[in-house]
Design a binder for this molecule. Structure first.
Ligand code: UDP
Length: 245
């Protein structure tokens, strides 16, 4: 497979065209950003770790019938994906209160939610990815009502699967962000990545509120040992996936 032109460079990935028009190559970078790119840095090995974790999770999700953009992973930091039109919506699913939910509602960090909360944010860096209401989502024509129903249903199904998967890793899935895209048949596919960059992951056995953090909050909050945490998550994912095969 020969790789063609660079189509897009984002904060964490570069997308390349390939010789097949319906196939793109995503190259995962070590660059890390937070707070709408006001904080920048690098997490050594992150590209390969996030790509490998994402690839394994997409494969697991495909196996239970969730359609994703994942094709294969030709190198540890590279993923071949189906070309999709990404919906400009960040779908966040929360099981435990953390981050912006706590800042905006006053709920204490760690509050277990009675049921998962699905939220939509407008994927727009200039506006700082604001929280959307359904009415605003439709006003902006970011998705159709049918797509919103599909995405909500998928997000809850994915949450159920991932909560159980991370539990097998000894990790509590606090919250995470998903992105969806439309293929050439307008079918909704899970896209982007699922990794410690996009999930809040707490070491279930660790009571200390800083030491338990195994995700990008270590970078956001300068908690140190960021690389070690990402590596730890990768090892646990590989162990659980390998034990199933
Ligand atoms: N998230 C993400 N990308 C974003 C915003 C959030 O991957 O641009 C993830 C984040 O890692 C967390 C979840 O979505 O797992 C909820 O994030 P929150 O709204 O609490 O925002 P934050 O506190 O990260 O700014």
């Amino acid at each position: 497979m020969s790789v063609h032109s660079k189509l897009y460079e984002g904060k964490a990935k570069i997308l390349y065209a390939t010789d097949a028009p319906e196939v793109l190559l995503a190259d995962f970078k070590d660059d890390a950003t937070a707070f709408n790119a006001q904080k920048r840095g690098s997490i050594i090995g992150k590209g390969a770790i996030n790509c490998t974790i994402s690839s394994r999770l997409f494969q697991q999700l495909e196996a239970v019938g969730i359609k994703t953009h994942f094709i294969d992973s030709p190198a540890p930091n590279q993923m071949r994906v189906k070309a999709v039109k990404i919906l400009p919506i960040e779908v966040v699913v929360r099981n435990i209160a953390a981050g912006s939910l706590c800042h905006q509602t006053g709920l204490p960090v760690g509050t277990v939610l009675k049921q998962p909360l699905v939220e939509f944010y407008y994927k727009n860096d200039q506006l700082g990815d604001p929280l959307l209401t359904r009415a605003r989502l439709y006003l902006m024509e970011l998705a159709t009502a049918e797509q919103v129903e599909t995405i909500t249903h998928l997000a809850l199904q994915i949450n159920e699967f991932l909560t159980n998967f991370w539990q097998q890793c000894g990790i509590t899935l606090v919250d995470f962000k998903l992105e969806f895209g439309l293929d050439s048949q307008q079918q909704v596919l899970l896209a982007d990545e699922i990794s410690p960059d996009t999930c809040r992951l707490w070491d279930t056995a660790e009571p200390d509120s800083n030491r338990r953090v195994l995700d990008k909050d270590r970078f956001r909050r300068d908690l140190g040992n960021v690389e070690d945490a990402y590596q730890e998550v990768l090892q646990r994912v590989l162990q659980v996936v390998d034990s199933k095969n």
